[in-house]
Design a protein around this ligand. Structure first.
Ligand code: BGC
Length: 472
């Protein structure tokens, strides 16, 4: 008999098994967060050891993003051909080898190459893990379970900040910083060995008996006939219509593609990673004279990121995706305005430094309940099964490319426009993001993936749906 958590007012109990499946696969998010975040501290030691020029520092830092772009390009193909589970297993192996390999790198070029390799796993995992979680989840808690992926990203980033802080004074400490990622990678690998395949992928391979057995276990031995039939029927329709990745650019799927790409671009160009990657530098410029205060402030920002994401896990299936997006992005607009204001006032005071820290925290918290997790969730929900993996692949390629561009241009923008105008620019872009959500992004709370895909498949022409058209 499956163990289940307490039932809520007449609703069937939530099987503990499905929560465990989501938690294990969300470890890929932890590795994503750790491996992207750890370099901010490690680079200080690497720079000194290998006498790196600013250009080579940039190469070492951004190599992982380049790898992630390459990884996402192949993820859709792999996820469809070999299944979601095997693809995450392969990513775990790359995470483990990449972690150890970069820790042992004899020179900067090998290190950069190792970071590209590691990036492949980050790209693949960022594409397939949320998709896998979404496909195994019961509809009414799908939001919360996919949000665990983002929660894991934020825990990974915080862990990276703390490990950096603990090891930054130790000679060669960077090797430990990078090598430690082997531990979660190994756990992910072991865990995925015993996790089930996505029942939806199995249906797409015509392996119906296996799909039924796994779905039954995921639903705590409740009857799954209706759910399975819905998945099967929906997939059969897509097969009859010979739906393939080319359809993504056709009239019916143009809208979900537009939504995914829009969210991907806005998630990045509203500036989150200028804060995640450069927080100590921003805090120093805002008046903290000691590096340790700046690092402490950064750890605080990392902690707020985790706490706000935890809050959002509880809110997403109660409030829905759109309200979280609209409230959170409004907070991002206000806080970017505040950060810009700090840099623009001529006063130099401790109050202003703390005000800047508070504004960064408000900004990160606002992102953490909105564009952060909701992006990964919506893209795992809105595409029809036949093209889901490819669609997410395309969208995440764009997301990682936008990340790369923003991270590479932030310092130059600050030099060119100054701090205040740069942050105000991100604030203005956030206003555009808010409008995009308001007019274009649908509500998907509580609906089955098959029900959501029907909206696109039944649309006869490429109409632009009014906001809320998909509301339950
Ligand atoms: C974004 C990352 C970002 C992280 C911050 C993720 O959703 O994709 O680029 O660093 O959130 O928590």
């Amino acid at each position: 008999m499956e163990s289940t958590s307490k039932p809520q007012q007449g609703a069937p109990a939530i099987p503990v098994y499905v929560i465990m499946v989501a938690l294990i696969s969300a470890l890929s998010g932890l590795l994503f967060g750790y491996d992207t975040g750890v370099i901010s501290g490690a680079i200080l030691l690497i720079r000194d050891q290998f006498h790196l020029s600013p250009f080579m520092q940039e190469v070492v830092v951004s190599a992982v993003l380049l790898g992630a772009v390459l990884g996402t390009c192949t993820a859709g193909y792999l996820g469809n051909k070999y299944g979601r589970r095997k693809t995450i297993l392969a990513a775990a192996v790359i995470f483990a080898i990449g972690g150890i390999g970069t820790a042992l790198a004899p020179d900067a070029v090998t290190l950069a190459a190792g970071r590209v390799f590691l990036g492949l796993a980050i790209g693949v995992a960022s594409c397939i893990a949320p998709l896998y979680i979404s496909e195994v989840s019961p509809d009414r808690i799908r939001g919360a379970l996919v949000f665990l992926f983002q929660l894991a990203i934020t825990v990974g980033i915080l862990a990276a900040y703390l490990v950096d802080y603990a090891l930054v004074e130790i000679a060669g400490g960077w090797r430990w910083m990078l090598g430690l990622s082997f531990v979660p990678a190994f756990i992910l690998w072991i865990g995925m060995l015993v996790m089930p395949e996505s029942p939806r992928w199995l249906v797409s391979q015509n392996r119906l008996e296996e799909a039924k057995a796994i779905l039954t276990r995921l639903r705590g031995n409740q009857p799954v006939r209706l759910e399975l039939e819905e998945i099967q029927n929906s997939f059969e329709t897509q097969k009859r219509e010979r739906m393939g990745w080319r359809n993504l650019f056709g009239s019916r799927l143009r809208m979900p593609l537009f939504i995914g790409l829009g969210l991907a671009i806005f998630q990045q160009i509203t500036g989150i990673n200028t804060v995640i990657y450069y927080a100590p530098m921003i805090l120093e410029s805002a008046g903290f004279n000691s590096a340790s205060m700046a690092v402490l402030g950064t750890a605080g920002v990392g902690l707020v990121n985790v706490l706000a994401t935890i809050l959002s896990v509880f809110l997403v299936d109660r409030m829905g995706r759109r309200p979280l997006l609209m409230i959170g992005i409004a907070g991002m607009i206000v806080s970017m305005g505040m950060i810009g204001w700090v840099f623009q006032t001529p006063l130099d005071s401790t109050f202003l430094s703390w005000f800047a820290t508070g504004s960064l925290m408000l900004y990160v918290a606002s992102f953490a309940i909105s564009l952060g997790p909701v992006f990964w969730l919506i893209i795992s929900e809105i595409y029809p099964l036949a093209v889901r993996a490819q669609a997410i692949s395309i969208v995440t390629v764009v997301e990682w490319s936008a990340n790369f561009v923003v991270s590479m241009t932030f310092l130059s923008l600050v030099e060119w426009l100054g701090h205040a105008s740069t942050f105000w620019l991100y604030g203005l872009i956030s206003i555009a993001a808010w409008l995009f959500v308001f007019y274009v992004v649908p509500e998907t709370r509580g609906r089955s993936l098959e029900d959501i895909e029907k909206d696109w498949l039944e649309a006869e022409t490429s109409v632009s749906l009014p906001a809320g058209a998909l509301e339950a």
